[in-house]
Write a protein that binds this ligand. Structure first.
Ligand code: DGP
Length: 114
């Protein structure tokens, strides 16, 4: 999608602190980190949010969780614990309408979330 900021990041047209890339996924540091480790994992394909997923997207969602495990271990937060969060829609505070998984760790994370 031409005017999507995360499509542009995945395509390398907007700079980001990339931490991983696969054929279908791109992972980079959040510009406004909420925890010592705050990574965004996005599909390269433009998918607006969770509600827009189709059967064709099953593999990429599973791969996103497997990539999160790998990154959590590499970043040293797997043992202490980490969180994967996807915000969907206004009540959840979704600001960017390209599906993304927040990988958060490196400090105790409150529950319930705000
Ligand atoms: P959400 O509220 O779930 O839609 O979170 C969007 C996140 O995206 C937010 O934590 C800030 C991050 N973000 C927005 N624009 C950019 C950007 O240009 N670069 C990077 N690295 N992160 C961004």
């Amino acid at each position: 999608m031409t005017d999507c900021i995360f499509c542009k990041i995945a395509a390398g047209k907007i700079p980001s602190e990339k931490v991983a890339e696969t054929d279908t996924l791109f992972a980079f540091r959040d510009i406004n980190p909420m925890a010592p480790a705050h990574i965004l994992i996005i599909p390269k394909k433009h998918i607006p949010n969770n509600l827009a997923l189709t059967d064709d997207d099953r593999l990429v969602v599973g791969d996103a969780y497997l990539l999160a495990n790998r990154l959590a271990r590499e970043l040293g937060v797997a043992g202490a614990g980490f969180r994967m969060v996807t915000n969907n829609g206004p009540d959840a505070g979704q600001a960017v309408f390209h599906l993304h998984f927040h990988l958060l760790g490196g400090r105790p994370l409150g529950w319930p979330p705000g």
